[in-house]
Write a protein that binds this ligand. Structure first.
Ligand SMILES: [Zn+2]
Length: 440
């Protein structure tokens, strides 16, 4: 492509028969050299609006492509786009919502829906996300469509979402379910592009960007602040690159020069920098990834984690990972996840959300049904636990909060027999059957 664009730049001229023939010939040569082919039926040529029709007709015959007045869509997205206009991105939102609507008849579990969201819906948007900074208004809409679909199997507005988005977006090991955030995905893709451009000085786009924008030269220190000793520009002394601060032809800091030119704090920081042995050009190093590579995944994770400063975790990372890795039924995993995230639709919670419901326990008529009452302290649950193969006497534990109670048992079983522990399975099955019985 680099070659082709150079050839095309050479041809810049007023459009006439000769230059059009030359363009056609150039493309032909390019295709022959590169082995790639251009579909001229799908290509089009744009003339400036004041080109006379007879000239247009003549020239487009030579080029053998249809003529158009504006650039149309490419990979499902308008090419001529005003980055700030959310209207240009409306088709993206519509596409996601249409897809969700087409799944309406599928009766999938929440884990099944999660896969559809994270794999299919995100892929549906990724060609646009990888190129444009999509306006907040659109990404916000898409995010809430995804969240509603996950909770309710539809993207319609009605109904309740029980957990904050930020909690759902966390990695599974940290108590989330890894629901994708389109806004973060968009930014991760673009950062990845920026890093790639930054690290490839041979690309045409690198040179264009470098010419168009002031290149940041003062951010090569971890503190990002370079302070000089004097006002005099150090470039006057022929210092323009970091390597100019080395003793000539070596890779050893010229300490005297550095102390003379920079403020003490900066000088100290420079001298403590590690100089790699390999002869490589200066590159952007992504600190969040051990090998320094800025991958979409690691940038995305960085953004997700940045949103949640300190998560008050119900279970440890190991316990969450064990739960998701176990061979329990997907619906049981989600069920436990909901209890631990306080997002199971028990009656007291429904009332808190403003629903008019009778909140008394349907078994013992205790005035308020909540998780602790329902799953452990209700007489029927006490009997169930005692009669279960685990023979648990819950009356000893009534001061412990239900989240901790479940967590401690699971931790105990998993510690004994790893993630395929029969004890953990039985424990979860008892919880599940109390829930089923209550719903009957
Ligand atoms: Zn009860």
């Amino acid at each position: 492509m680099e070659v082709l664009s150079r050839m095309m730049i050479k041809l810049e001229d007023t459009a006439n028969q000769k230059s059009c023939e030359e363009v056609r010939r150039t493309i032909y040569i390019f295709c022959k050299i590169s082995g790639e082919a251009i579909n001229f039926d799908k290509s089009s040529v744009i003339f400036s609006p004041n080109t006379p029709d007879f000239v247009k007709n003549k020239l487009k015959q030579i080029l053998d492509t249809p003529c158009t007045d504006k650039l149309r869509r490419y990979l499902g997205c308008d090419v001529e786009i005003d980055g700030r206009s959310f209207k240009s991105f409306q088709p993206l939102l519509d596409k996601v919502q249409r897809k969700i609507l087409s799944w309406k008849h599928l009766s999938l579990s929440q884990l099944g829906r999660l896969i559809l969201i994270n794999v299919i819906l995100v892929a549906l948007c990724s060609n646009v996300l990888a190129v444009f900074l999509v306006p907040k208004r659109i990404t916000k809409h898409i995010n809430s469509s995804l969240m509603r679909y996950w909770w309710k199997g539809t993207a319609e507005v009605k109904g309740m979402c029980w957990t904050k988005r930020t909690a759902l977006e966390l990695p599974k090991g940290l108590g989330g379910i890894c629901l994708r955030n389109i806004d973060f995905y968009n930014k991760a893709f673009l950062v990845k592009q920026a890093v790639r451009i930054h690290n490839s000085p041979s690309l045409l786009i690198f040179r264009v960007m470098r010419a168009a924008y002031k290149y940041p030269t003062e951010t090569w220190l971890p503190s990002k602040r370079v302070q000089f000793k004097t006002q005099e520009a150090i470039s006057r002394n022929g210092i323009t690159k970091v390597m100019d601060l080395f003793h000539s032809t070596t890779k050893i800091w010229n300490a005297r020069l550095i102390w003379r030119k920079f403020a003490p704090d900066t000088a100290r920081e420079i001298l403590s920098l590690h100089i790699p042995n390999d002869d490589i050009d200066g590159q952007f190093h992504w600190m969040a990834n051990k090998n320094g590579q800025a991958t979409v995944k690691s940038i995305y994770n960085h953004l997700v984690m940045g949103k949640v400063p300190s998560q008050n975790m119900e279970m440890s990372e190991i316990s969450w990972k064990t739960l998701w890795r176990s061979d329990l039924l997907p619906k049981w995993k989600i069920f436990i996840w909901k209890i631990m995230n306080k997002s199971l639709a028990v009656k007291s919670r429904l009332r808190k959300r403003g629903m008019k419901v009778n909140v008394e326990c349907c078994f013992c008529k205790e005035p308020e049904e909540n998780e602790t009452q329902l799953f452990r302290d209700c007489p029927i649950s006490i009997h169930t636990w005692k009669a279960s193969p685990l023979g648990i006497n819950v009356q000893n534990n009534q001061h412990v909060d239900i989240g901790n109670w479940i967590k401690n048992f699971l931790k105990f079983f998993w510690k004994e027999d790893r993630h395929d522990s029969p004890g953990a399975r039985t424990f979860i099955v008892v919880l599940w059957s109390i829930w089923l019985h209550r719903n009957e």
